[in-house]
Design a binder for this molecule. Structure first.
Ligand SMILES: Cc1ncc(COP(=O)(O)O)c(C=O)c1O
Length: 490
């Protein structure tokens, strides 16, 4: 028996061929090293070399004491299918997004389409106790109008907290908003006028598209990849040819890609836009949910000219319902504060008082670190479940944080059709086309691992069955509902 590089490549090719033909579908255990060596008449070392090669390319996964398993592709190889089209286009995603958001909030459905964290992972009892205690202690203040920019005590706490991420915010620079969604809307409104072109990375979080649509702006889509985010060369071309009025990105723990731009790339992005004097709107809603040992700095940390409008919130880490977010608006602060005053006067006061007190208490860091660990585990479990149930041709992101998975389905599978079929089985998903102004990503889906129980595991198996049927082109007979068989959206 010989062991040379050529031989291990031949073995790897043979294994790949068997995977492509569906003999070993995603999630299936491959033959043991000994068995494959015997059948191909090569040494164990050659098979080990072939398996290691395939593992490095993300086709296999070695599980301790269990063997080698076929896996869906790793994120790094998930290509950006969006080619650059520099023309700005109007956005019309709102109707479909509204339908999806309404359906997804139905608690009877299995929330694979949800963008929220499992409430059991949030310190809700503690937050509720603080809320009632601040209202009891200071009932008049709790019922008074707050400063339009937000309570000073809260802005001080947020500035202290975010200092740990490497961004130095002065409390005076911050404006408290109704979640990150209002922050994004105010940021766009402060720097753009109707019909202006705005550059966004694609896939782009649909809430950003909704803000663009409601302000009657037009979107230019810049391709992004699943590991390092927006393509800076493409952005450079768009800056030269179309001069967008603003650029919107989610550089850390991107939704839906899960990508995080390396620090140096964030620095380059800020510098490139500063040279052209184009404002950068940074959505950092999930930056605190990174899986790294150290909190990656936001792009705002590299802003020397006040051109970055930073937006964040507590919706993914503490309470989506308190609707508390904030902005650091640099040179646009007074415009943003005016707009905030015209729109809503100020945020409700009592939750601001309670959040300030919670942040001062000092347990937030511990809570975040446990949330990150749990999410990393849940994301891993969901990825493996997809690997076991979905057909070959499926590719899946490997997020750097957060709890969303971006899944490329085989080309024949229409994600919008999958969304409707899955709904009839009581499962929510978010179809790819809502992440693009041009309706791209028709065979992509975003799945959320924000909650992971046996129910979600069963739901992934059901989705996998649907995807396999759709891929084969056979008429789809609905699988039984993973739980009751009768769940239907209202
Ligand atoms: C990337 C991103 N930005 C903004 C938002 C809106 O957040 P909020 O609920 O704080 O308005 C979300 C919510 O899902 C999000 O995922």
């Amino acid at each position: 028996m010989i062991s040379s590089s050529k031989v291990y490549e031949r073995v790897a090719d043979r294994v790949l061929d068997l995977i492509e033909k569906g003999v070993y579908p995603a999630g299936r255990r491959l033959p043991s090293v000994r068995t494959l060596g015997r059948s191909m008449r090569v040494s164990i070392n050659t098979v080990l070399a072939a398996y290691a090669w395939l593992e490095r390319r993300g086709r296999l996964e070695a599980r301790p004491r269990s063997g080698y398993f076929v896996r869906v592709h790793p994120v790094g190889s998930l290509p950006s299918p969006a080619s650059l089209k520099v023309n700005p286009v109007p956005v019309t995603v709102h109707k479909l997004v509204q339908e999806i958001v309404r359906v997804t909030s139905n608690p009877k459905l299995i929330p694979l389409g949800s963008a929220t964290v499992d409430p059991r992972l949030l310190p809700l009892a503690r937050l509720n106790r603080i809320l009632s205690s601040v209202a009891r202690r200071d009932p008049v203040a709790a019922h008074s109008y707050a400063d339009p920019a937000g309570l000073k005590t809260l802005r001080i706490q947020i500035a202290r907290w975010t200092a740990e991420s490497g961004a130095d915010f002065r409390p005076d620079e911050l404006v408290i908003t109704s979640g990150a969604q209002e922050a994004l809307h105010l940021a766009l409104e402060a720097v753009c006028r109707p019909n202006d072109p705005v550059a966004v990375e694609v896939p782009v979080y649909y809430g950003i598209l909704q803000a663009i649509e409601s302000l009657r702006l037009r979107a230019i889509e810049i391709p992004a990849d699943a590991s390092e985010g927006i393509n800076l060369n493409a952005l450079r071309i768009v800056l030269k040819q179309r001069r967008p009025r603003a650029v919107v990105v989610i550089p850390t723990c991107n939704n839906p890609l899960g990508s995080s731009m390396p620090e140096d790339k964030k620095r380059k992005l800020v510098r490139m836009l500063a040279q052209e004097q184009v404002p950068l709107i940074e959505d950092d809603t999930s930056g605190n949910l990174h899986f790294d040992s150290v909190r990656p700095p936001p792009a705002k940390a590299f802003d020397t000219q006040g051109l970055v409008l930073y937006c964040s919130s507590i919706s993914k880490v503490l309470s989506p319902g308190w609707r508390l977010g904030w902005m650091a608006c640099g040179r646009f602060r007074s415009e943003v504060e005016h707009l905030k005053t015209f729109r809503t006067s100020a945020n409700p006061t009592a939750p601001q008082m309670a959040l300030a007190e919670y942040l001062e208490e000092g347990t937030f860091g511990r809570h975040l670190s446990s949330l990150r660990k749990i999410h990393a585990g849940q994301v891993d479990l969901m990825s493996r479940a997809i690997g076991r149930s979905f057909p070959v041709g499926t590719q899946i992101s490997s997020p750097s944080g957060g709890f969303q998975l971006w899944v490329e389905l085989p080309p024949r599978v229409n994600a919008l059709q999958l969304y409707r079929l899955a709904l009839q089985s009581g499962i929510t998903t978010v179809p790819g086309p809502v992440f693009s102004a041009r309706g791209r990503f028709r065979n992509y889906v975003r799945l959320s691992a924000g909650r992971w129980t046996e129910q979600e595991g069963d739901a992934i198996s059901s989705l996998g069955r649907l995807v396999r049927l759709m891929r084969s082109g056979s008429s789809v007979k609905l699988p039984a509902n993973p739980r009751s068989g009768s769940r239907r959206p209202q």
